[in-house]
Design a protein around this ligand. Structure first.
Ligand SMILES: NC(=O)c1ccc[n+]([C@@H]2O[C@H](COP(=O)([O-])OP(=O)(O)OC[C@H]3O[C@@H](n4cnc5c(N)ncnc54)[C@H](OP(=O)(O)O)[C@@H]3O)[C@@H](O)[C@H]2O)c1
Length: 244
């Protein structure tokens, strides 16, 4: 059986790097992507001792870069078993004051780019599903608990992630006959650079870890092609379930 391959966006640090590390240890050959070259190459060389790694620099806000990312994976590996839609951005602010430029950037990166990347990768995912028919090919998208339950100051971010959850459902409905299924993963606050602004208020020890999230991605890859998890909510311990 041919080796399995994965494409992980936002893989230079945080949750994406944690997922890439687990996938490398599980034997996946990897295409890793991020916007800034230096941290991406550092992450890629860290994993190169374990597996074959192709770093691809690109900005998810740029349509050509998204298309080029899928092409780069296809030219190197031919097919795809796991697409991890992780790269994303978050800005906070009340609806009353949010600048539309900030809104547009978030929706563009967190939803439009994800839609386009899925579209570009579907032919490769269908090939992967044929090659590894017992497990099929999977898409895992990093959504957020704010896409499930609204959170003050996170309206645009939450809306982009709610859209991503819906997108995953529809992709499964349309593609599962080809062996391709999609899962949204919706965590509360995870301790990464993105949540630095919350560290003082919440404390790092109260946040989820990147390995909590990576663990669930690995679990999804182990499911048979017949099993679908539409959305997985991962909440923080404490007295409230539906809050970030
Ligand atoms: N941290 C949380 O609490 C949390 C909770 C729920 C969901 N999530 C979601 O999980 C995902 C990862 O979050 P994280 O906390 O690991 O974020 P992070 O630490 O800020 O890392 C973001 C990653 O995405 C890349 N990236 C950012 N903007 C990009 C762009 N325009 N084009 C291409 N790559 C870009 C970054 O690299 P460059 O800067 O070099 O591009 C980096 O590799 C995001 O989708 C986020 O919304 C996070």
């Amino acid at each position: 059986m041919s080796r399995r391959t994965a494409l992980v966006t936002g893989a230079s640090r945080g949750i994406g790097l944690g997922i890439a590390q687990r996938l490398a240890a599980a034997g996946y050959a990897l295409t890793l992507s991020a916007r800034r070259e230096e941290p991406l190459l550092r992450a890629a060389s860290e994993l190169a001792g374990e597996t074959e790694v192709a770093p691809v620099v690109g900005n998810l806000a740029t349509e050509d870069d998204v298309r080029q990312l899928a092409t780069a994976h296809e030219e190197r590996f031919g097919s795809l078993d796991l697409l991890v839609l992780n790269g994303g951005v978050g800005s906070a602010g009340p609806v009353a004051e949010m600048k539309m430029k900030t809104y547009d950037l978030m929706l563009n990166i967190n939803l439009r780019a994800q839609f386009l990347l899925i579209q570009q990768c579907l032919p490769m995912l269908r090939k992967g599903a044929v090659a590894h028919s017992s497990h099929g090919a999977k898409i895992v998208a990093l959504a957020s608990i704010t896409g499930v339950a609204g959170e003050p100051n996170l309206a645009a971010y939450g809306a982009s992630k709610a859209g991503l959850i819906s997108l995953c459902e529809t992709v499964t409905l349309e593609e599962s006959t080809h062996g391709v299924t999609a899962t949204a993963l919706s965590p509360g606050y995870v301790d990464t650079d993105m949540t630095e602004w919350k560290r003082e208020e919440l404390g790092r020890e109260s946040m989820l870890s990147t390995s909590d999230v990576a663990e669930l991605v690995l679990a999804i890859t182990r499911l048979s092609a017949r099993a679908v998890v539409p959305n997985m909510v991962l909440t923080r311990a404490g007295e409230q379930i539906w809050r970030a």
